[in-house]
Design a protein around this ligand. Structure first.
Ligand code: HEM
Length: 235
């Protein structure tokens, strides 16, 4: 019965396609292989693209939640906002100021090139353009003028691009040694929640006033004043 079916099929193939059954099945296999390659290249369907990454994919597809102020948190608490919990925003800090970087999940989210900065104050790493573990800290003591300037540029970039959502309660000094003219001290520096920028007054004495936006400002507002205006002021 099966043999009969097979020979009928072979005959039908020869009659309808003009190809021998061997050639016909070879062509069919090549067409399937091509289809598979093309669909995986252009990512047009679920089966090829989403293996192992479906969680990240889903997270990227979800609409961004508006930034929420988290106020004053410790470095330990900030670690929970490293993008591994999709329910929580993706946060990163520079000079003790925490920014919501959820919109740049491709940079800072799990698997991203800068994921190591997420949930941390990455001031030292950014100042030194370093990815080393020991530099993943908000401690900027002992940095040179070029490194501090690089850090300042990063801060302007973040102020303009992201919404500031809080400050780090820390014992690590974040004062810029240069601007005070004194060596940095490792005394406790708790940030006043009612006025988080107050503690930076000394450190930021050299910076124009408009670079210390209030908690409630949006990224859009900030981008009006930084960094171009500030750079102009500096010159
Ligand atoms: C070979 C060296 C590097 C290359 C080619 C590179 C390239 C890039 C590119 C193309 C972007 C995207 C820019 C944008 O679209 O706004 C970017 C962003 C970024 N880079 Fe690098 N980068 C390099 C090294 C570094 C290093 C050493 C650091 C710090 C330690 C760093 C920190 C960052 C950060 C924080 C962002 C994201 C800024 C944001 O949130 O908008 N990069 N980089």
């Amino acid at each position: 019965m099966a043999l009969q079916l097979w020979s009928t099929l072979k005959e039908a193939i020869v009659v309808y396609t003009g190809l021998s059954p061997t050639t016909f099945f070879t062509v069919l296999a090549i067409l399937f292989a091509l289809y598979y390659i093309v669909t995986s290249l252009f990512g047009s369907n679920d089966t090829h693209q989403r293996h192992g990454t479906s969680r990240d994919f889903d997270a990227q597809m979800e609409p961004l939640k508006p930034p929420v102020q988290i106020g004053e948190v410790t470095e330990e608490e900030l670690k929970e906002y490293d993008g591994n919990n999709p329910e929580k925003p993706l946060l990163m800090a520079i000079k003790g100021q925490i920014y919501d970087v959820s919109q740049s999940r491709m940079f800072y989210g799990p698997g991203g090139p800068y994921a190591l900065f997420a949930g941390k104050d990455a001031s030292r790493a950014l100042a030194k353009m370093s990815f080393e573990e020991k530099d993943l800290t908000g401690d900027i003591s002992g940095l040179g003028p070029f490194e501090l300037e690089a850090l300042q540029d990063w801060e302007y970039k973040f102020m303009g691009k992201y919404v500031k959502v809080g400050t780090i309660k820390t014992t690590v000094p974040v004062t810029e040694p240069e601007s005070t003219g004194e060596p940095s001290e490792s005394t406790s520096r708790d940030v006043d929640a009612s006025n988080p920028n107050e503690n930076n007054h000394e450190a930021e004495a050299s910076k124009p006033h408009e670079n210390t936006p209030s908690e409630t400002e949006t990224a859009a507002v900030k981008s009006d004043e930084t960094p171009s205006n500030v750079d102009a002021d500096k010159e």
